[in-house]
Design a protein around this ligand. Structure first.
Ligand code: PAF
Length: 292
């Protein structure tokens, strides 16, 4: 495993893999602080691709000034030790200047999808995500890039970006990895103390209540949202940012769900952490409904 810091070196290594060795490349973009969610992406990349690149870069442009860029957990030595066990070929861990050279002035905006849900509370967030992902895809030119469903809106934004700008990369989205308690794995869980961690279970509990109601026939978007809101409101340490019941592909808010594939998503503040989670209902696999 080699750790690469320079974009030129990363680009030339990747070019060689593609052209001279005719091998496929899988890219797993991360901001480090690796957990089992990232590892599930890396395992799948390892399974599908000849060469696996994991990027570790805490991207400043996707954080606004009042967010946690400065305190976001960073430990490249620990991350590299974990990745050695996963047979990763390259870690791409650039400095900020490598990704954003002096006078950097080109940003990518995926209109529409970026302004909803997370985009309301985090204006500019997806512009930062789309821009860094574009730079990473252009440097590595992977055959496949891997993302987690926990960041459901991010996966939609990136898929649209890749389609619109005709990147030659297939986006692979893998299910959210949860603790046995139901808590979705996230690097930001590190901000929670013991009591807050218990309180954080309310996110999945709330989503599960909505899923049960849906299974019992509830098809009103606002009533499902109320179930989620009421469950979270009963947890004193939790403060809701948003709850959304929307079309899983367009993020259009839904009142009558009918047979649409639905994304129920929420963001909740607990202590210093802002946590997000979601479930998809009525996801059709080969035309057959399958809930996750
Ligand atoms: O999901 C993340 O960790 C980040 O948003 C990503 C995709 C690595 C871009 O910085």
């Amino acid at each position: 495993m080699e750790i690469i810091n320079r974009r030129q070196r990363m680009a030339s290594v990747a070019r060689k893999v593609r052209r001279e060795q005719d091998r496929t490349i899988g890219l797993v973009p991360t901001m480090g602080a690796l957990h089992d969610g990232h590892l599930s992406l890396i395992r799948e990349a390892r399974r599908m691709c000849d060469v696996v690149v994991v990027s570790v870069f805490v991207n400043p442009t996707q954080f606004s000034l009042d967010e946690d860029f400065d305190r976001y957990p960073r430990d490249l030595t620990k991350d590299a030790a974990i990745l050695t066990d996963y047979n990763v070929d390259y870690i791409f861990a650039p400095t900020i200047e490598e990704i954003y050279p002096k006078d950097f002035s080109t940003y990518i905006t995926v209109s529409g999808l970026s302004e909803q849900l997370e985009g309301v509370s985090r204006p500019g967030h997806f512009r930062g995500v789309a821009t860094v992902v574009t730079v990473l895809l252009n440097i590595v030119r992977p055959d496949f890039a891997f993302f987690g469903q926990k960041d459901a809106q991010q996966t939609l934004v990136i898929k649209r970006l890749v389609r619109d700008l005709a990147f030659d990369t297939e986006i692979v989205v893998l299910p959210t990895v949860r603790e046995e308690s139901g808590l979705a794995l996230s690097s930001r869980n590190a901000y929670l103390n013991e009591g807050e961690r218990r309180a954080a279970l309310v996110l999945y509990r709330a989503l599960s209540s909505a899923k049960e109601a849906y299974a019992e026939g509830e098809r009103s978007g606002s009533r499902l949202a109320s179930i989620v809101q009421a469950t979270v409101a009963a947890e004193p340490l939790a403060r809701i940012d948003y709850v959304s019941v929307a079309d899983a592909d367009t993020l259009e808010s839904l009142e009558r769900l009918n047979d649409r594939t639905v994304l129920i998503a929420l963001a909740v503040h607990i202590g210093r952490a802002r946590l997000i989670d979601n479930i998809t209902l009525n996801r059709k696999k080969n035309g057959v409904a399958a809930n996750a």
